[in-house]
Design a protein around this ligand. Sequence first.
Ligand code: ZN
Length: 229
Amino acid sequence: MIREKIIIEDIAITLERKNIKNMYLRVLPPNGEVKVSAPLFLSDEDISNFIKSRKEWILKKQELILKNGISAPLKYKNGEKHEIWGKTYALQLIKNTTTKRVLVDEERNVIYLPVPPRSTIEKRKNILDEHYRAELKHALPEALDKCCKIVGKTPTDIKVRKMKNWGNCNQNGVITLNLNLAKKRPICLEYVLIHELCHLIEFNHGKKFKKLMDKFCPNWKEIKKELNE
Ligand SMILES: [Zn+2]
């Protein structure tokens, strides 16, 4: 494979020539980088004409990516940045190991992820997700105790799940938490707990509910914003 950087009509392009039959054009998050894969036999002129013909599409796609702040999908590879409790770590895969446990080096800011050989992205994600689940379950008793004292309510049960929302409280008083809360600062977990515990007083998100939040978690609006970034 031959890789080079070219500029066509003010668009910076990473061009890869390889043994393929068709030309491929991609605009990638997070910066809108343009990547073109071209067959070895294609002339520079053909490539240039192709890119010129797609210029408008490229610019539109770049604008969309930057406007929506679309981030690159995680690949769970070495050096990739991941968060635990609001702190950033670099991922380090360990292969051919007997250990099944995720190890975290707090001094060097490294997460050691034990993975089977030829593991898929999904498999690696699951291993790290299970670590987040364990982190959250470990932190829960103390945080829950604190928040129950603040709100004056106790859930009937508490669960940790992969879910879309950060938390949920059902009519039976069961609170469910998103395991991704272990990625965020601990204050975010407390905020979600207080929010869900307030549902044991007010089931909807009306005026009364907001008053409770103001009382029990005065800076809840800022924390909510941080959570949804
Ligand atoms: Zn709610």
